[in-house]
Design a protein around this ligand. Structure first.
Ligand SMILES: [Cu+2]
Length: 194
């Protein structure tokens, strides 16, 4: 094969590699905007993972982005499996308020949360808090309905849709591009020896 042909193949290989990288980055960057608009649980009252002595009259959740008025569901369950959410969740912007029936026994309460982000993607997450003394329904003190102090949520369990799912694809695409480049370069080098 002539030197001219070798050079031509080299240039084509290089152009294909560059085009692959550019197109990969371009197409994989597209879903980045909706990903950024996903929502996550940012703060809560009671505090996620916290301990409280007096049962709250309501549960307040603050999200990183506004959430839709439809499709939300909050469930507050005691250690025995009874639930205490009372009526529908009330949503205002990025905040959700769920009225609670008088809580029961002391112990860990599980909060299951489903909301729909402004971009239409559902967020399913959860948190727990511990009631250290029996609630009103178990003979304890009257529910606490003082103004809510929201505490930041540092980690949420069972959270979906918030991971940048394109990241592994990006890595994989680059690996493929690099391997293709290596194969083409190898072929070219071998041809050079003929
Ligand atoms: Cu989304």
């Amino acid at each position: 094969m002539s030197d001219g042909m070798d050079r031509f193949i080299g240039v084509v290989a290089w152009l294909v590699g560059v085009a692959a990288v550019v197109l990969t980055v371009f197409f994989l960057a597209l879903p980045a905007a909706p990903v950024a608009a996903h929502t996550a649980l940012e703060a809560s009252s009671p505090k996620a993972g916290g301990k409280i002595g007096v049962a709250p009259a309501q549960l307040v959740l603050k999200f990183t982005e506004p959430i839709m008025n439809t499709g939300s569901r909050v469930e507050v369950q005691d250690p025995d499996g009874r639930t205490y959410q009372a009526g529908p969740a009330r949503i205002a912007g990025d905040q959700l308020t769920q009225s609670l029936a008088p809580l029961g026994p002391a112990g860990q309460y599980q909060v299951r949360i489903r909301v729909v982000a402004a971009d239409g993607h559902p967020l399913i997450t959860g948190m727990r808090f511990t009631l250290t003394k029996p609630g009103p329904a178990a003979g304890g003190a009257k529910a606490d309905d003082r103004p809510i102090a929201l505490a930041p949520v540092y980690s949420t369990s069972g959270s979906v849709n918030n991971a940048p799912t394109w990241a592994p694809w990006l890595g994989g695409a680059f690996a493929v591009v690099l391997m293709s480049g290596a194969v083409l370069f190898g072929r070219r080098a071998t041809r050079g020896l003929d």
